[in-house]
Design a protein around this ligand. Structure first.
Ligand code: COA
Length: 414
């Protein structure tokens, strides 16, 4: 039975801060950010946007593009580590804003950057359990990545959301029935209750990511069907390899680790590539990974939405020729849990590939460092949308401990 993602829609905030502005303000060489980390721009929410509006705006774009009646959605999952309340889930605000019906299971999932994948797998299982009934789920991964101003993590901030329609006979990605998972209790990245900025042991978090990649990929590799021949590499069966990308250089580190593990396990292949390992890994990265991370370099870290932003961007960039090709996907959430799985892009992808991401990125307003710091300070203030606003919903602020949201006048929404 073929189940997976029928269509994706991304949403990014209205403001963007170029890395040269941040590098100059923090007295850091620009090349460290653009080459050392691979970041070009950072998406910044204006005060009228928060995680709820990011998620709802992605969801609204998806339902509109897919021409789906909100009443058909029987499961709404919002994955985030940017919760706005300890009890009330982001998803129930989104449920209301999108006009989804009362006969819908709604909850929020958290496991750092892994939760989006946990939500997708939960939705896929729910659709499969419907035994051929036409179940439809809406999964939204949304986050605002925040570190202390001036800290090493600051250039890796970002914000955004990706919504996915999960159903039978999907047109964007058929999700594999097998996956490899890996969980381990580590303190690499966390956000104690009451703190808005994450705490992170940066270098250690990279090690934890790579260890989890080895664990999850190894578990998947042994479950691959049809089974790999003794000299066969899994990456040779894949057109593209997608990763959780907290900053673009992480995808290069991850792919280098993955191909080495894969090639070592494939005897003949390893003997062939070992003498020129760096060169072979770099060529594989250019062909199989670089085309997937263009949007991340312009948005920054979207935590649990990051892997899905890579998929939305790849679909939009490549379109119809992706039909029939197979993808490898790796999800990592600090703390930690990781999952490796694969998916086949159906031949009908051409009809759903354009998620409007390029248009959204082009329409953003470039801000300077003063405006960026003002936005950080006013993150819970709410407000009026700026002229470039492309969303349907805005955050109006908090009154009597209750968050208030509104719909932008129809003619103002793009
Ligand atoms: N020109 C080009 N590259 C430069 C440079 C320069 N002038 N100066 C430094 N670099 C390179 C470094 O060599 C390094 O590259 P490498 O990792 O390939 O060796 C890279 O820039 C980062 O610099 P470094 O000094 O090692 O680290 P940092 O203190 O800037 O911190 C992170 C980097 C990723 C640890 C930090 O941004 C962070 O904590 N991010 C949040 C956590 C995170 O995203 N973790 C990922 C796993 S979930």
């Amino acid at each position: 039975m073929s189940v997976g993602i029928d269509r994706l829609a991304a949403y990014v905030p209205a403001y963007v801060l170029p890395m040269d502005a941040l590098a100059a303000a923090r007295n850091v060489p620009l090349e460290k950010l653009t080459h050392g980390l691979g970041v070009r721009e950072m998406a910044i929410p204006p005060p009228c946007e928060d995680v709820v509006t990011l998620a709802a705006n992605a969801g609204a774009r998806l339902l509109r593009a897919a021409e789906v009646d909100p009443g058909e959605i029987g499961l709404l999952l919002v994955a985030t580590e940017t919760a706005v309340d300890h009890a009330k889930p982001v998803g129930i605000f989104v449920h209301d804003l999108l006009g989804i019906g009362v006969h819908c299971r709604v909850f929020e999932l958290k496991h750092a950057c892994y939760a989006g994948t946990a939500a997708l797998m939960t939705a896929v299982d729910w659709v499969r359990a419907g035994r051929g009934g036409r179940r439809r789920a809406l999964v939204i991964a949304a986050d605002v990545a925040r570190y202390e101003l001036g800290s090493p993590g600051e250039p890796t901030q970002g914000a955004g959301a990706v919504a996915m329609l999960v159903q039978h006979d999907p047109r964007a990605l058929q999700v594999s029935e097998e996956s490899g998972v890996w969980a381990s209790n580590v303190y690499d990245f966390w956000r104690p209750l009451g703190r808005r900025e994450a705490l992170v042991d940066g270098k250690y978090s990279i090690e934890c990511y790579l260890d989890a990649l080895a664990g999850a990929f190894g578990a998947y590799r042994s479950r691959e069907r049809p089974a790999l021949e003794p000299d066969e590499a899994l990456v040779d069966r894949l057109a593209y390899c997608l990763y959780h990308v907290p900053f673009p250089k992480m995808a290069a580190k991850a792919h280098r680790r993955l191909v080495e593990l894969d090639w070592r396990a494939a005897g003949v292949r390893w003997r062939e590539v070992e003498p020129r390992l760096d060169e072979a890994a770099a060529a594989s990265y250019d062909a199989q990974v670089a085309p997937t991370i263009e949007a991340v370099a312009r948005v920054g870290n979207t935590y649990t939405a990051s892997l899905w932003l890579c998929l939305a961007s790849l679909l939009e960039r490549t379109g119809r020729p992706l039909g029939g090709r197979r993808l490898g996907l790796f999800s990592y959430g600090s703390g930690s849990c990781a999952e490796y799985f694969t998916g086949v892009v159906p031949g009908s992808v051409g009809a759903v590939a354009d998620g409007g991401l390029a248009r959204l990125l082009a329409a953003r307003t470039t801000i300077d460092i003063d405006e960026y710091e003002r936005c950080i300070g006013a993150a819970d203030a709410g407000g009026e949308p700026p002229a470039s606003f492309a969303g349907d919903f805005v955050f109006r602020g908090v009154r009597n401990d209750r968050r208030e949201y509104g719909r932008v006048a129809a003619e103002a929404a793009a």
